[in-house]
Design a protein around this ligand. Structure first.
Ligand code: SF4
Ligand code: SF4
Length: 348
């Protein structure tokens, strides 16, 4: 894979050039120990060492609310709506990129989701090697510390003012060289990047699952009737925060809204979440997951088994956002899976 060396002082002109061509989003500190992606401007200080972004980047391909169709009620016509601006996400960590790769598979499978795919095609992703591991994260034990695909460039900070940048696509290379040629990375720089990745992966593996992640679907299959579900779900507020922050959740509902003049209207979709009581409500006022216990258990099966059965990967990348978002302190997949695992070890 071709790789270049980029120095910090070369970044300003590059960012300015990229932002002339498309919307550029970068991670910044928005509050004490809180980071998020925001539109880049020369006044923003990029948080190269951020641990996790508060919001998942999926909102750039799959917004919380998105118009799908405009219709004219009198003429009985409908026009699809596709909003897909050119955008560059700079600084995406591998676990979040793995979540994007997973969404790509799901949204492109079956009947491809045209709105998602058009936004995705217009998006450039520059991945960034994390320098720190969030206290709530467990991606090192979920096989999410490394990705081979999905990025246009992969940046690793190898010294206070230099990056080792691997090329993932012709589009990425063209953007990287937009302000002129750069030196190809040396073997020593390649080695420095490898050492940095090994260091952070070792740190990340220190907090996580106590068993190989591939065992999770079988672990769950044996524990449908575990007492853990009832015990934990007693504290669930059914607020849905855990699913709304998750980078791999993709459920939505579709609604329609008339304009004030009642001549036309819009069909749109909005994020939905399986932890919300209304999620499984159907005609006749029947709710097939009416109890908090059923919703709580479903979320862990969804993350640890159902998605795996579909695509061979867990539906949790270990970012730890849900852990932080849950005020009841019960949304941690790592803690739940470890508890089930330990209970089995004690029984045997
Ligand atoms: S379930 Fe939680 S830790 Fe896993 S990917 Fe979703 S938000 Fe991250
Ligand atoms: S597990 Fe926590 S975040 Fe999720 S719905 Fe229940 S209380 Fe809310």
């Amino acid at each position: 894979m071709t790789a270049y060396t980029v120095y910090m002082e070369q970044l300003g002109p590059l960012l300015a050039e990229w932002s002339r061509r498309m919307g550029v989003f970068v991670p910044v500190q928005i509050q004490e120990a809180l980071y998020d992606f925001v539109p880049w401007s020369e006044h923003e200080e990029i948080a190269w060492d951020y641990d996790v972004a508060y919001n998942s980047i999926k909102r750039h391909f799959f917004p919380p609310r998105e118009n799908l169709i405009r219709f004219d009620a009198a003429a009985c016509t409908a026009t699809p709506v596709f909003e897909a601006p050119d955008q560059l996400l700079f600084g995406v960590h591998p676990y979040d990129l793995k979540a994007v790769n997973q969404l790509d598979q799901i949204m492109e499978g079956g009947a491809p989701d045209q709105n998602y795919m058009r936004r995705r095609e217009k998006t450039v992703i520059f991945a960034l090697q994390p320098q720190r591991v969030a206290a709530t994260a467990f991606w090192g034990s979920m096989g999410s510390g490394h990705v081979d695909i999905g990025f246009d460039l992969f940046w690793t900070k190898i010294s206070p003012n230099a990056f080792y940048v691997e090329v993932g696509s012709p589009r990425g290379e063209e953007l990287l060289l937009a302000c002129g040629d750069l030196p190809e990375a040396t073997l020593a720089e390649r080695e420095a990047a490898r050492r940095e990745r090994t260091r952070i992966l070792a740190e990340a593996r220190g907090q996580g699952l106590k068993y190989p992640w591939e065992e999770t679907p079988r672990l769950l299959a044996r524990n449908w009737d575990s007492k853990l579900w009832r015990h934990k779900a007693r504290r669930c507020l059914s607020c849905g925060s855990c699913v709304l922050v998750c980078p791999t959740c993709y459920c939505f509902e579709v609604r329609e809204e008339m304009d004030v003049d009642m001549k036309g209207g819009t069909r749109f979709r909005e994020w939905d979440g399986c932890m919300l009581p209304s999620f499984a409500l159907v005609a006749g006022d029947h709710n097939f997951r009416g109890q908090a216990l059923e919703r709580y258990r479903h979320r862990y099966f969804r993350k640890g088994k159902y998605i795996y059965d579909k695509i061979g990967e867990l539906g949790c990348v270990g970012c730890g956002r849900c852990v932080r978002a849950c005020t009841a302190g019960i949304a941690n997949p790592m803690a739940v899976y470890n508890e089930l695992w330990e209970a089995e070890q004690h029984e045997s």
